[in-house]
Design a protein around this ligand. Structure first.
Ligand code: TXA
Ligand code: MG
Length: 355
């Protein structure tokens, strides 16, 4: 059975964290909170420990991991060169939710990088992650601590639900703050290229690196050239229940209509909503005698931070409610964190999008 260690994120108790650091050093699997989502950590320099991550998650060995470090001085041991772009981004955004893809050194096992010539690295800003990495004093490979293809965990309970009988320790530091995985940027291509949007936005990156570009999962080119980043798979982060994403101005009205039709067929409907949708959605439950509708609201539609923080917990809650289908509304995605929210919702819907 997994050991759960409760730590106050406001002032992490190092003595209480020490056993978790010891487990990492001994080749164990330790889940811990970061500012984005919970990670499932193992010693990044020990191939056997890293293989256990893939086994526990049921993750294909072709999907590379992010290596987490406590200080920039650990970077030179993992990579063969540090381009200026990396120095600029590290200076501006580390510690924080930005992952840099760089040319890897021979010290990094193939298991971490899925045999690629590059390695993904970040310094998380969460006080517990930071203290744990310092105590362990090793680079820690850590994907999100969920079963492969399920929504990433934003609370310790999500980790225990998915992986409780497969890992050694969960450090419970409460809810993560951002709720969406880090921005991944490739610095080995001609122009710095965002492979996965996150809280560090393209706009913010362009302020220090004007040549940066973004490559989204929706671009058909990605699949034609093979797979630049396996995290760009279309169905990732998905609930088990079939989900449809409603985009465009009439999204909430369309959800009301489709929810009524589904209830008429006797189906149980789950709805991912914004706070202000509740009044309109009352009408979705208006069919006499049909099964109840489960509505989970994630915050005001125009507050991207709030929406991101609640998104994955909401998907898990809808999944656990035993509904037959999930109808989700889209959120403003013109810029900033909205782009990352749209990316995750489209993938959760397996690209089933109603407009
Ligand atoms: O916020 C986060 O990044 C969280 C926390 C725990 O740090 N971690 C996370 O890891 O989301 P994971 O494994 O769920 O996602 C890692 C992403 C995947 O899309 C993977 O394909 C990509 O990073 N990646 C890792 N190494 C790469 C590489 N060498 N080249 C391109 N993409 C890479
Ligand atoms: Mg993941």
């Amino acid at each position: 059975m997994v050991t759960v260690i409760r730590i106050d994120p406001a002032s992490p108790d190092r003595a209480a964290l020490q056993p978790a650091a010891d487990r990492l050093r001994a080749g164990g699997l330790v889940a811990f909170p970061t500012e984005t989502v919970y990670g499932l950590g193992a010693n990044a320099l020990e191939a056997a420990a890293v293989r256990r991550i893939f086994e526990a998650k049921g993750r294909p060995a072709t999907d590379p991991l992010i290596v987490h470090i406590a200080q920039p001085d650990a970077l030179p041991g993992l990579v063969v060169d540090i381009p200026d772009a990396a120095r600029i981004l590290a200076e501006r955004f580390w510690p924080g939710p930005l992952t840099l893809v760089l040319r890897r050194s021979a010290a990094v096992p193939d298991e971490v990088t899925a045999g690629l010539a590059t390695v993904a690295v970040r310094i998380p800003s969460h006080p517990i992650a930071h203290a744990l990495l310092e105590l362990a004093a090793i680079p820690v490979a850590a994907p999100s601590a969920n079963l492969f293809s399920r929504p990433s965990p934003t609370r310790a309970k999500h980790v225990v639900d998915d992986l409780g009988d497969r890992i050694d320790v969960v450090v419970d530091g409460g809810s993560t703050t951002l709720g969406i995985e880090s921005t991944v940027i490739d610095l080995t291509s001609e122009a710095p290229t965002i492979l996965r949007p996150g809280a560090v936005t393209l706009e913010a990156i362009r302020r220090v690196l004007p040549s940066a570009v973004s490559r989204t999962s929706a671009a058909a080119d990605d699949r034609r050239d093979g797979m630049p980043s396996p995290g760009l798979l279309d169905t990732h982060y998905s609930p088990r229940t079939p989900m449809t994403l409603y985009e465009g101005a009439g999204a909430v009205d369309a959800i009301v209509g489709d929810a009524r039709l589904a209830r008429n067929r006797g189906q149980r409907v789950g709805i991912l909503a914004a706070d202000e949708d509740r009044r309109k959605l009352g009408a979705a439950g208006g069919v006499e005698g049909g099964p109840p509708v489960k509505i989970v609201a994630v915050g005001p539609a125009d507050e991207a931070d709030t929406v991101a923080a609640h998104l994955y917990a909401a998907l898990r809650e809808l999944d656990a409610a035993d509904v037959d289908l999930i109808l989700a509304r889209a959120f403003p995605a013109r810029a900033g964190l909205g782009v990352a929210i749209q990316d995750r919702l489209r993938r959760a819907a397996g690209q089933r999008i109603a407009t």
